[in-house]
Design a binder for this molecule. Sequence first.
Ligand code: HPA
Length: 279
Amino acid sequence: MVDDYDKIQAAVEQVRKRVGGFKPEVALILGSGLGDLADDVASAQRIAYEEIPSLPRSTVVGHRGELVLGQLEDTPVAVMRGRVHYYEGYSLQEVTFGVRLLGALGAHTLIVTNASGGVRSDLVPGDLMLLTDHINLMGANPLRGPNDERLGPRFPPMSRAYDLELRELSHKVASSQGFRIKDGVYLGLAGPSFETPAEIHFFGMVGADAIGMSTVPEVIVARHQGMRVLGISCVTNVLHQGPSEDTHEDVLATAAEAGPRFINLVRGVVKAMPGVPAR
Ligand code: HPA
């Protein structure tokens, strides 16, 4: 959008009224059932999404809309507790406005999290999976339309969207905490209907390990503006025996069970994270 830049600046200004010159280094987007990490932020300033101009509010249960700024493991962070999704009816520019804001506030790294359905046969509910790559089957791209060079290039590469160094660090942190995280390719769909048996079979054949309804547009925008990205998925249900009969409440409950492991992992990664952003 031509006027996105001005909207981003207006949102930054509003946040600055609350937090002054605070500059986050790491930004986090917390997915379904994973929002409790926001409670661990020290010296926290909390801003409801509706107080920030142009930032859409979530209409989904389990996605409280709150931007939390403060310190996590002595690192300045900005945490989006709750996100909006394409299936809610927002455009992908609206869906990714928060990522624009996080980048404009100064964060060089984005940790993006989600709940997903496991397609690969070794995935079990409660597994944490690092995203190694993604497949965009949302049928849309947040960068469609005129490109503003102040935000990023017209044709940003996606060849190394998920930072290898941060993935290796995450594996090390997990093993030092006594558990193993898996790796996998995340396939993003528009939703909101769940998948048919034929679709699940197809997604497995084309290389998906887990599927979900978020994250992909956010990562595209983060990479467009030069942020380093770490993606962590909580597998809340498995699809290799056929479509899930799980409800949204089941998804939230499984993600909540994995919550403590997820929180320790993210805290450990933020603590051990190298300060210098790699491009
Ligand atoms: N399909 C799509 N998105 C999801 C699922 C699923 O099975 N589980 C959690 N998010």
